[in-house]
Design a protein around this ligand. Structure first.
Ligand code: MN3
Length: 204
């Protein structure tokens, strides 16, 4: 059973003008597509590993043979991260979270603006390519980041993801060129807080 790229849950131009259609098309079809192609290639002939879910594969990287471990970590991670990322954005979304998640953000970061500042700093401070994350860890919300395509599983066995942002240049270069800060600022307008709230409820 080979892994496959899930369809984007909205049209390529749904997130305009914040994320442009061409970027979404290349990002989903080519970048995510390549992670899946290369993951499947790495797992050729490994029927036991092929039978695992992507989550189990990434949680158990130690069980992956050393000669393909980096390929699975990078390409499997790319598949996992992007599959989640598409669902964390939505047309006409943005604004602020509601309910339990809003209350938890306020209690952990002082205010929604305080959280945004911390999360933005994590994205801006990630040198090179990677991801900014909001996770539940030891029962508390925390902002963190990972390099490359490392997933939040690598932030610790008990880290559970609530929100994630791709800060690779391929996510923003066509519209924002090198200005990652402008991309992050625009991204808040498409955050799907309903999905984040769902993840938060499951993580608690
Ligand atoms: Mn990406």
């Amino acid at each position: 059973m080979a892994f496959s790229v899930p369809p984007l849950p909205y049209p390529f131009d749904a997130l305009e003008p914040y994320i442009d259609a061409r970027t979404m098309e290349i990002h989903h079809d080519k970048h995510h597509g390549a992670y899946v192609t290369n993951l499947n290639k790495a797992l050729e002939g490994q029927s036991a590993l092929q039978a695992k879910s992507i989550d189990d594969l990434l949680k158990g990287l130690d069980a992956v043979p050393e000669n393909i471990r980096a390929a699975v970590r990078n390409n499997g991670g790319g598949h996992w991260n992007h599959t989640l990322f598409w669902t964390l954005m939505k047309k006409g979304a943005g604004g602020e979270p509601k309910g339990d998640l809003a209350a938890a953000i306020k209690s952990s970061f002082g205010s929604f603006a305080g959280f945004q500042e911390k999360f933005t700093a994590a994205g801006l401070g990630r040198f090179g390519s990677g991801w900014a994350w909001l996770v539940v860890k030891d029962g508390k919300l925390a902002v963190d980041s990972t390099p490359n395509q490392d997933t939040p599983y690598l932030l610790g066995a008990n880290a559970k993801v609530v929100l994630g942002l791709d800060v690779w240049e391929h996510a923003y270069y066509l519209k924002y060129q090198n200005v990652r800060g402008d991309y992050i600022k625009a991204w808040w307008n498409v955050v799907n807080w309903d999905k984040a709230a769902e993840l938060f409820a499951a993580a608690k």
